[in-house]
Design a protein around this ligand. Structure first.
Ligand SMILES: Cc1ncc(C[n+]2csc(CCOP(=O)(O)OP(=O)(O)O)c2C)c(N)n1
Ligand SMILES: [Mg+2]
Length: 437
């Protein structure tokens, strides 16, 4: 069927030598792959000639691709002409509040984890807030989000109350999964958060299935107003997993209303992205499957939001999927159990200076979209929300013992649902005392 993937602004390929260097070594080289080569600049209105172009989705040429990293040309202060601004005051305040919520929530998680209030692995999202807020705040309640084990902030952006997320982390019954999921398995039917997933890549087929549901409802069940969109979030390391490729194929084949959001934070635990993948430019996998592939500076919420808007519109109109690679960075170790000794301090400092919250704040204040006092008031409000979430989690009851075996359908150790349909346990050593449930 001969579509032509047109590269509007091609990125030069990294040569092999470059690809073998660590991310930090690449910081000062000319690789356009690492947005780190760009200094933090004030966002300005998008210049039309450098806009990201999406395919129209009609006809047989869906994959027009561009790289969205160079739209800001200089350091001049933008004019305060409201019509030129990238965001309205109301939207800016909403996004700012969401980013502050994500950051403050995660900081509190670290404190609570080290005080022994949380169990198992806890992966924090500090530094990546522009991605969650830039994408998810554009969604409707009916739209779905699928996350990974780094999932608290995605759930918060989608509207799951901080108290429910915190309580889940404390393993309490008032958590969004009644305390049974924990940090890596945030789920909320009400908010269409279809899961955190501990296995990498595991959520991508779930998201593809959710997007298929929307299409099926619209086209087969004739629910004309079903224009629901699904967003799947996952990391750079996950893009080397087969499920990713299978789902790109199906989503493109069936023109599913899905957005594949790669949070490329340059590392998969202690493995540099540049050492782990044959072609580090993940966005290029989009056109390989016949869908647009976009690279965006994931430390700039305004740029993220702009590409997200186009992709959401495209999905809602039934024009199919989009792959968006957001170049971002996590400010903490892989998990709270990770001493984070592998990454170069210079690399960490470089990205710390590009804090997405600081740059949105600067944009809002410089453009008279908000005063320092207004933003301070938001920060104060969120501090209270977080304090209340901790109190709520602290005071909530722990699950009863009987909950332990709920939803357990089989287990080789001999507990689960027996032939009589009742819970059984044949290994008292393993589940100590639960045999009476
Ligand atoms: C199927 C599977 N294999 C291996 C792991 C172990 N593992 C946990 S996190 C991770 C790295 C994932 O990195 P990335 O996708 O970049 O996400 P990030 O942690 O950077 O957000 C790996 C390999 C796993 N969870 N699941
Ligand atoms: Mg990663």
């Amino acid at each position: 069927m001969g579509f032509s993937a047109k590269l509007v602004q091609p990125l030069p390929l990294l040569n092999t030598t470059t690809a073998r260097r660590s991310a930090s070594e690449n910081m000062n080289c000319a690789s356009p792959f690492l947005g780190s080569t760009h200094k933090l600049r004030l966002p300005r209105p998008i210049v039309s000639s450098t806009r990201t172009h999406f395919g129209s989705g009609s006809g047989s040429a869906p994959a027009i691709v561009a790289v969205k990293s160079d739209v800001i040309k200089d350091n001049k202060k933008p004019k305060s002409d409201v019509s030129n601004l990238l965001i309205t005051k109301e939207e800016g305040l909403e996004v700012y509040e969401d980013m502050i919520l994500g950051r403050a929530f995660e900081d509190m998680c670290a404190q609570m984890y080290y005080r022994g209030k949380m169990f198992g692995f806890v992966h924090l999202y500090n530094g990546q807030e522009a991605v969650s807020s830039g994408f998810i705040k554009l969604l409707k309640k009916e739209d779905s989000v699928v996350s990974t084990y780094r999932d608290h902030v995605h759930a918060l952006s989608k509207g799951v109350p901080a108290s429910q997320v915190m309580s889940e982390l404390f393993g309490k019954t008032t958590g969004c999964c009644r305390g049974q999921g924990g940090s890596m398995h945030m789920f909320s039917k009400e908010h269409n958060v279809l899961g955190g997933f501990a296995f990498i890549g595991e959520g991508i087929p779930v998201a593809t299935g959710a997007a298929f549901t929307s299409k099926y409802r619209r086209e087969v069940l004739k629910e004309a107003d079903c224009d629901h969109v699904t967003m799947a979030f996952f990391g750079d390391g996950t893009c080397n997993n087969g499920q990713f490729f299978e789902c790109l194929n199906m989503a493109a084949l069936w023109k599913l209303p899905i957005i594949f959001v790669v949070e490329n934070n340059l590392w998969a635990i202690g493995m540099s992205h540049l050492r782990a993948t044959s072609d580090p430019q993940i966005w290029k996998k989009g056109p390989a499957f016949g869908m647009p592939g976009i690279h965006v500076d994931g430390m700039d919420v305004l740029k993220v939001r702009e590409v997200a808007k186009e992709a959401v519109g495209r999905a809602r109109r039934g024009e199919g999927p989009t792959l968006i690679e957001c170049e971002t960075y996590r400010f903490r170790g892989h998990s709270l159990a990770d001493p984070d000794e592998l990454r170069d301090p210079a690399e960490k400092a470089h990205y710390a200076a590009r804090d997405p919250i600081t740059s949105l704040k600067k944009y809002m204040v410089d453009n008279n979209l908000a005063t320092e006092a207004e933003l301070k008031a938001i920060e104060k409000k969120i501090d209270e929300v977080i304090e209340e979430a901790v109190e709520f989690a602290e005071e909530s009851p722990a699950p009863s013992r009987s909950q332990l075996l709920e939803n357990v359908f089989a287990d080789p150790k001999g507990f689960g649902i027996g032939p009589d349909g009742k819970y059984r346990c044949e290994d008292p050593k393993f589940t100590e005392g639960t045999a009476q449930v």
